[in-house]
Design a protein around this ligand. Structure first.
Ligand SMILES: [Zn+2]
Length: 365
């Protein structure tokens, strides 16, 4: 079995599209035909070497996607051939399988971790898969691998926001938008209220396009940080109190510092979800900690994939959480470098790679 993959061969280089041979499956491994893959900022950080020295070059990339199980290795019980699945970097139940090496035509190897999705067929560790219902569209399902569980999980599991509590979301990439969706969902559905006019869900970004998407997706207030000082604006929205929760998903030092200062005294919580380049630090005034402001990180929104992914899937299918507006565009695997470039230049929403288009393109090449 062969696969077509986008391979990172060197830092700061375009991904190289290669034909690779899939090795026989080992214990706990599953061969998946990928339908859609998302592209997220973690891969940009890998491409630019922001995670420090990369000992695994050349390697495959991608950690959210959807697909169909083709074959299962020894001891796999969670999925079977034909099952539609979500591929997620967040560990769930099942075997934690060893990593894989794909083989090039010249006999050299391309490394891969427990999950890779920038490819047409991939060997995935059983614990990075969650079965989908047959009615879930695979396109939207790809977002269940990273963007939705991380962002929505911050609201649902890390912050445990209650109806009526105020939240400010800094940065409207995939994580910020899914945090926003979940905050809106909690205020609408959990409280049973049809209108959320009394809720305070503030979206902050520097792009008017993203802010208008945020309003569609449940934000009650928006702040363009290029025009208004977000701290001043948030204080005015909350009558000088600050917000109960601030979620930083912009991945910028100054925004992290602002997010911390924006939470209220005596219990306000700032959660940092963005990444900074390795070695970059933030600075906070410890007096704010004494006043009761809190700051924390998050590990994938404290997601339990086996519980949370089915919850988001059901919410989508019941029209309670519509993440379709997230998907900005689809790309072919051969054009993945263009899609990555668009993302770096601040495109609105997620770009998905449609692997079926990749295969068609190959025939035309
Ligand atoms: Zn991700």
């Amino acid at each position: 079995m062969n696969t077509t993959a986008a391979v990172l061969v060197a830092i700061n280089r375009s991904l190289q599209i290669e034909q690779l041979k899939v090795p026989p499956l080992k214990t706990g491994q599953v061969l998946v035909e990928i339908a859609y893959s998302g592209i997220c900022h973690s891969q940009l950080n890998e491409i630019h070497g922001l995670k420090g020295e990369d000992k695994f070059l050349p390697h495959t990339l991608g950690h959210e996607g959807s697909g169909i199980v083709i074959e299962t290795g020894p001891d796999v019980t969670k999925v079977k051939p034909g099952d539609p699945v979500v591929l997620t970097w967040i560990k769930g139940s099942g075997c934690d399988a060893p990593s894989t090496q794909y083989v090039r035509r010249n006999g050299t190897f391309v490394n891969s971790g427990a999950i890779s999705t920038f490819m047409t067929h991939a060997v995935i560790s059983e614990n990075r898969l969650v079965t989908l219902s047959k009615t879930m569209p695979l396109k939207e399902a790809a977002l269940l691998g990273c963007a939705i569980p991380t962002g929505a999980g911050i609201v649902k599991n890390s912050a445990r926001i209650q109806p009526g509590q105020s939240v400010a979301i800094f940065g409207l990439g995939g994580i910020g938008l899914s945090a926003l969706l979940m905050a809106g969902h909690i205020n609408r559905e959990v409280s049973g209220r049809q209108n959320i006019n009394d809720a305070i869900i503030v979206a902050i970004d520097v792009s008017d396009d993203k802010l208008s998407l945020a309003r569609q997706m449940g934000a009650t207030h928006t702040i363009n940080a290029r025009i208004q000082n977000p701290l001043d604006a948030l204080m005015s929205i909350t009558a000088g109190q600050g917000v109960h929760y601030a979620i930083e998903a912009a991945g910028q030092r100054t925004v992290m510092e602002q997010a911390f200062r924006s939470v209220r005294d005596k219990g306000g919580l700032c959660i940092l979800a963005g990444n900074l380049p390795q070695g970059e630090t933030i600075s906070i005034d410890p007096f704010n900690l004494i006043k009761g402001k809190r700051i924390a990180g998050t590990w994938g929104g404290e997601t339990d994939p086996d519980q949370d992914i089915p919850f988001y899937e059901e919410s989508f299918l019941a029209n309670r959480m519509d993440f379709r507006p997230f998907i900005h565009s689809t790309s072919t695997l051969h054009r993945i470098n263009d899609a990555i470039h668009k993302m770096e230049t601040g495109q609105v929403g997620r770009c998905l790679v449609d692997m079926k288009l990749a295969q068609c393109n190959e025939l035309n090449y």
